[in-house]
Design a protein around this ligand. Structure first.
Ligand code: NIG
Ligand code: FE
Length: 427
């Protein structure tokens, strides 16, 4: 019965139906079916609808049956921006920030990303696999079934490859699917200090070709920020990456308004992320060019910065996605409940918009809206079942996960009601 499940009697099926990003007002329409059944066969969704329409000639022995009475079913969440593979921790920095130091001050005096780079270079693959797997276990318990993960704590050939390799290994073993992004341009390493252009050239000539040839990443990302990489450097790097088949993402306008948002539209990036300081023009550009605006309110919260203008972006027809940005510095959390709380209470999204941002729009942010992010026939059988009858309970139960069961590729991989099944590994 591998990959065969029938979920019956769900009080509400939140389908988020569709195969592309939802913009603006479309984000409010979750295409909910009141009461119904989901049939998953061989890991793929085969039926979603009202009533008990089980497959023809179905053999009960071949399916696991889940009675979801009094419970809502949704697509698995897609966390489309994380840095979940890293060595070491930076708890000391967090306490410095509580005392008033800024993130960029700590970075400019050699802490921040550089300190995680040091620890990640020293860590063995085994250590990184074990730590990364634990983080994914936690994400799974929050209902995440697909995650994007970035390199960027190596800043040299060996360690960038090591991080991407580790993600590939974890992907093969863990129920959560991992989509890999090359973020070699995350910071200028010590030996290239003051020579950012040379470092970009090193990445383009010495690292990216290996990443592409070994198929280790699908996306290339860059930290386009004052005192890190300029708009010109970011454009050069991303266009070179594209020639090697890597699609573009940008950490854009996070701390200073530099123009990364406009750049994302100019080059047709799949997503622009952070966007705390995105300009009105940049927001209009994203909306018209179809760049997914990926908002990471956990980071603004953790850095005590003002939030990205999520409400304004949706009102101006952007496709907004939400993600955790899990990383050891600016936002050490994988908490989906926290993300919902910040997005709804502080950024002004409705419950419906937040659900869209974590499902179909999260999928679009990693170019997978045709395969995941909604409950549509022939998409992956990635479903979460809540403890409550409606998606409204997700933001309402503040800071607490209401996910009871997680089904990945048609297999039950997390079940709060059965500790034994938490979490199951794929064989
Ligand atoms: O997305 N902004 C740059 N990169 C990460 C933070 C990385 C770190 O502090 O380790 C981010 O916030
Ligand atoms: Fe990030």
């Amino acid at each position: 019965m591998n990959g065969n499940i029938i979920i019956k009697n769900a009080s509400q099926i939140v389908t988020c139906s569709g195969f592309k990003a939802r913009h603006g007002r479309e984000m409010s329409d979750l295409k909910v079916i009141d009461g119904g059944t989901i049939v998953i066969e061989n890991g793929l969704i085969k039926y979603v609808g009202k009533g008990d329409e089980f497959p023809e000639n179905w053999d009960p022995e071949e399916y696991k049956i889940i009675d979801a009475s009094g419970r809502a079913a949704l697509p698995g969440f897609v966390d489309s921006h994380t840095h979940f593979v890293f060595g070491g921790y930076r708890a000391d920095e967090f306490s410095w920030r509580l005392r008033g130091d800024s993130y960029m001050e700590i970075m400019n005096r050699g802490g921040g990303i550089a300190s995680t780079v040091k620890a990640t270079r020293q860590a063995s693959k085994k250590e990184l696999i074990s730590a990364g797997t634990k983080r994914l276990d936690s994400m799974l318990s929050f209902g995440v079934t697909t995650v994007e993960g970035k390199s960027g704590y190596g800043l040299d050939l060996d360690t960038e490859i090591k991080q991407l390799d580790v993600m590939k290994k974890i992907d093969g073993r863990h129920p959560i699917d991992v989509v890999r992004t090359f973020l070699g341009a995350h910071a200028v390493p010590e030996q290239y200090k003051g020579r950012g252009d040379d470092f970009i050239r090193y990445l383009v000539e010495g690292v990216m070709p290996v990443v592409a040839e070994r198929n280790l990443a699908e996306f290339c990302d860059v930290f386009c920020e004052k005192d890190v990489f300029s708009v010109e450097q970011s454009r050069y790097l991303l266009l070179k990456a594209r020639k090697l088949g890597l699609k573009s993402k940008i950490h854009a306008d996070e701390i200073v308004r530099l123009g990364g948002t406009e750049l994302s539209a100019e080059i047709g990036a799949v997503s622009a992320d952070h966007l705390l300081r995105a300009s009105d023009q940049g927001i209009r550009d994203m909306a018209t060019s179809g760049v997914v605006a990926t908002l990471l309110p956990g980071t603004a919260f953790s850095l005590k910065e003002s939030y990205a203008r999520g409400r304004y972006m949706i009102d101006h027809d952007c496709a907004v996605a939400l993600a955790t940005d899990l990383n050891p510095g600016s936002c050490f959390t994988e908490s989906i409940p926290l993300l919902f709380a910040l997005a709804t209470i502080h950024m002004g999204l409705s419950a419906e918009e937040a659900v869209t941002a974590l499902t179909i729009n999260g999928a679009a942010a990693i170019d997978r809206a045709d395969k995941i992010g909604s409950l549509d026939v022939d998409k992956k059988g990635d479903v979460i079942i809540l403890e409550f009858p409606s998606y409204n309970y997700i933001p309402y139960h503040i800071g607490v996960s209401v996910v009871e069961k997680v089904i990945k590729n048609g297999n039950l991989v997390f079940d709060k009601t059965n500790r034994e099944e938490k979490p199951c590994r794929q064989t």
